[in-house]
Design a protein. Structure first.
Lengths: 137, 428
């Protein structure tokens, strides 16, 4: 993964539907008001263009049909399409589609405002820890 | 190293004026235990409840399940880094309360998971419903941040478990088992004709409610490392994973890790159990690769012929599982993977979020998407209201008769990926 130029160059794109990320101080945020499955579908063509996944699309243990929020880190620079990233986003989409189809109304639609805030907080915690461990900012 | 587990079978837990263990009954002085837990200034108040096998009781939400253990002899103390000081464990004698556990309950975030039903259909999906359970209900001081709240509940559970098992000190156990594990050079010489088997214990460290601790250290960002199996039995690995109850590894799963127990029993007979490698499941792909490569490097250094690899959680950890499988197989080391699946109501959907062609020996421990209707219970321990906001159930989906429609993923430990429960795969 591309980790060069840490201090001066944007090393990642932060694709998210989590509003808490917007005010978190994390740079390069690209916010989309949509659900997790649609977010994955937005990311897929970016990977086709040559942006690689830096974080796994299915971070954490909370399933994509349960949490309304997800943040995914992509490389900031384009290269030849990354085969692992293509496979992972494709499998993540299928995984989420299957889980969304478990019920008429996916579980992520049922939460109250407090639960939504807590899902946002857990997603933020995961992405912050990922950046800390990988020493990217 | 040599470790003896002194087993004390618990027939009942009762509240009493004085804590003691006698004739299979664990007596708990609530006041004394509460004072011990409230040494932590983050706890505003604490209460306790008891659930017994067969009772019409539902415990929800559950953060961790812990088997009570306390060291009778040897170095260090149980749960080093939390209850015991940071000192080597895994030797001497450890007293164990069998048929008994602690289940910590508390609302850290607004969405809730983790059910133990003591009777009915739900009770068939985990072993905890057959145990006598002490439930500490931890109420934190106001304004506590979520990370500290989680740590407070986690440590209170460990302290409760140690306090309970401490009541058996200097008593004769009902049974005892001794396990020995030599140095690698020694076992290599002793069992040179036996296949060398290494166990890879994948642990999750990704953030709030998704972390694992070894000797008190959050092992996020570590290079894969090695730990003695007997240390694990003395509580050197602690769960801080509060999400995905059906397939997270609770502390009791680490203490009683079925893969370690089986390998220890067969060590020196039909295989040589070299040791345990800890592989962190990170959220980042570079970390995943680094961990899996480094684990396979260590396996090669250890001269492993075969690996057993267990997963924690689902989704992204499947990538760790498959990378470990691929890198080991490419080095000529045979792998067996242990996991669970989310493959839809009918079991026909893609069960794993990642796969690799080298994964030709995979054991599953159940389908977390299996739907069940759990009957109403007479009593709820924990927070009754949380039944409305658990994964798989909401105010509208609770039946008029009080029954609860959920996936078994909501039931604590139902699809344990270490093989702790009874759902598994067998070749016909």
């Amino acid at each position: 993964m591309n980790r060069k130029g840490v201090n001066s160059v944007a090393v990642f794109r932060c694709i998210t539907n989590n509003p808490m990320i917007l005010n978190s101080g994390i740079p390069q945020v690209e916010y989309h008001e949509t659900d997790v499955l649609s977010l994955f579908r937005l990311i897929q063509p970016e990977i086709d263009k040559g942006y690689a996944l830096l974080s796994h699309p299915l971070t954490g243990s909370i399933r994509p049909d349960i949490t309304p929020y997800k943040t995914v880190l992509l490389s900031a620079q384009k290269a030849k399409a990354d085969q692992q990233s293509l496979q992972l986003i494709d499998r993540a989409i299928r995984y989420a589609e299957d889980l969304y189809s478990l019920r008429e109304k996916p579980l992520y639609l049922m939460w109250d405002d407090q639960a939504k805030k807590d899902f946002q907080y857990v997603d933020l915690s995961i992405i912050r820890q990922a950046m800390e461990v990988e020493q990217i900012r | 190293m040599k470790l003896t587990l002194n087993k004390f079978y618990v027939k009942d837990i009762q509240f009493a004026q004085k804590s003691a263990f006698a004739d299979g009954i664990l007596y708990v002085d609530k006041k004394e235990l509460a004072e011990y837990l409230m040494e932590d200034p983050n706890i505003q108040s604490v209460d306790f409840d008891i659930a017994r096998p067969g009772e019409s009781v539902r415990i929800i939400p559950i953060k961790d399940v812990i088997q009570p253990r306390y060291k009778q002899s040897g170095t260090g103390q149980i749960f080093p880094g939390f209850v015991g000081d940071v000192e080597t464990v895994g030797n001497g004698q450890t007293n164990v309360l069998e048929d008994c556990c602690v289940a910590t309950s508390g609302k850290i975030v607004a969405f809730q998971e983790g059910i133990i039903d003591m009777c009915g259909l739900g009770a068939t999906y985990n072993s905890f419903s057959k145990m006598n359970i002490l439930v500490p209900l931890i109420y934190p001081v106001e304004g506590l941040d979520k990370h500290t709240h989680e740590a407070t509940v986690r440590v209170a559970g460990l302290k409760t478990a140690a306090y309970m098992a401490k009541q058996t000190l200097n008593q004769n156990p009902d049974a005892s088992e001794t396990y020995e594990h030599e140095s690698i050079l020694e076992m290599g010489a002793k069992y040179k004709d036996l296949p060398k088997v290494v166990y890879v214990d994948m642990v999750q460290c990704q953030g709030l409610m998704h972390d694992t601790y070894v000797y008190g250290l959050n092992v996020k960002g570590i290079l894969s490392t090695m730990i003695g199996p007997l240390e694990v039995l003395d509580g050197a690995i602690i769960s801080g994973n509060c999400a995905a109850p059906g397939h997270k590894n609770a502390t009791i799963h680490h203490e009683c890790n079925p893969v370690i127990m089986e390998l220890l029993k067969r060590h020196g007979k039909d295989l040589c159990f070299v040791g345990v490698l800890l592989n962190n499941e990170s959220a980042m792909l570079t970390e995943k690769k680094r961990a899996a490569y480094y684990t396979s490097n260590l396996s090669q250094l250890l001269g492993a012929d075969g690996m057993i690899i267990t997963e924690e959680g689902g989704g992204n950890p499947e990538t760790d599982l498959m990378l470990n499988c691929r890198f080991h197989e490419k080095k000529g080391i045979k792998t067996v993977l242990i996991t669970d699946e989310y493959c839809g109501r009918d079991g026909a959907s893609q069960g794993l979020a990642d796969v690799t062609p080298e994964a030709d020996a995979v054991v599953t421990n159940g389908n977390g998407n299996q739907f069940v209707v759990l009957p109403k219970m007479d009593r709820v321990i924990g927070d009754v209201e949380t039944v409305k906001i658990i994964t798989g159930g909401n105010a509208n989906s609770i039946g008029q008769d009080g029954s609860l429609s959920v996936e078994i993923a909501a039931i604590m430990g139902s699809c344990c990926e270490m093989g702790y429960e009874h759902m598994t795969t067998r070749l016909r």
